[in-house]
Design a protein around this ligand. Structure first.
Ligand code: SAH
Length: 222
């Protein structure tokens, strides 16, 4: 330990953050969180040299850690218009698809509480190990089918999905607080778009943004 990327990761991480800012990520809190969380700790040692490139990487069981740019963009969207506390943090947030735990770790710095749910036991176990060094008491990793949401944590100020289904599950809408926002990839196969759903007192407002490519949202636990 302490060899290789770990030793000089601060410089490459700062470069990643600079490129995110140049690429249009303007939310300083998001940039700061991405400068704090060490992405190389969330991927296999062999992939650590690529950890600060703007690319998705395999994390096992045919799943991938999202590109830094996508993580930053989605969290910035989630925070846009959200009620922030004195420390600039959002309330309780649900992440669907913990994967290796990277995005959950970023969220733990930006939200009062994070519930992150993963359907694959192998990745749930991996995420538990990966976030341990953070001692984040506000981060709750759950094993379960995220299509059902996480009723125990509801209502949520925000819901962010790292896997894309054909439609937004009703459970997410039900578990979203009024004034809350869902950010999720939605669509069929390779024609997914980033969808933003705002829950207002007058109903749901849906905005379709750029096309994206995420791993599929699947039901059940495996
Ligand atoms: N945020 C993750 C990205 C992981 S990829 C990270 O930072 O690494 C998306 C993950 O969503 C995969 O691990 C996949 O198993 C998971 N997933 C897909 N459908 C799901 C569901 N219904 N409930 C929970 N997790 C799901």
């Amino acid at each position: 330990m302490g060899m290789g990327i770990g030793m000089d990761s601060a410089a490459v991480r700062a470069r990643m953050v600079r490129l995110l800012a140049e690429g249009g990520i303007a939310d300083q809190a998001v940039l700061k969180a991405m400068n704090t969380i060490e992405r190389h700790r969330f991927v296999d040692t062999a992939l650590a040299p690529q950890a600060y490139e703007d690319t998705s990487l395999p994390i096992g069981l045919s799943q991938t850690i999202s590109k830094p740019n996508v993580v930053a963009r989605m969290i910035a969207l989630l925070r846009e218009g959200a009620v922030l506390d004195a420390q600039g943090k959002m309330g309780r947030v649900l992440e669907i698809g913990s994967g290796c735990g990277y995005q959950a770790a970023i969220l733990s710095l930006l939200c009062k509480e994070v519930y992150s749910i993963e359907r694959l036991r192998g990745l749930y176990d991996k995420a538990l190990v990966n976030v341990r060094h953070l001692s984040a008491a506000n981060l709750h990793l759950l094993l379960g089918d995220g299509m059902l949401g996480a009723p125990g944590g509801a209502p949520f100020a925000g819901i962010i999905a790292a896997a894309g289904g054909e439609a937004i599950p009703q459970a997410w809408v039900d578990q979203l607080a009024v004034g809350g926002r869902i950010v999720a990839p939605t669509g069929q196969g390779s024609t997914q778009s980033l969808l933003v759903i705002d829950k207002t007192e007058r109903g749901l407002k849906q905005t379709v943004l750029e096309s994206v490519l995420f791993v599929p949202l699947k039901s059940g636990v495996a």
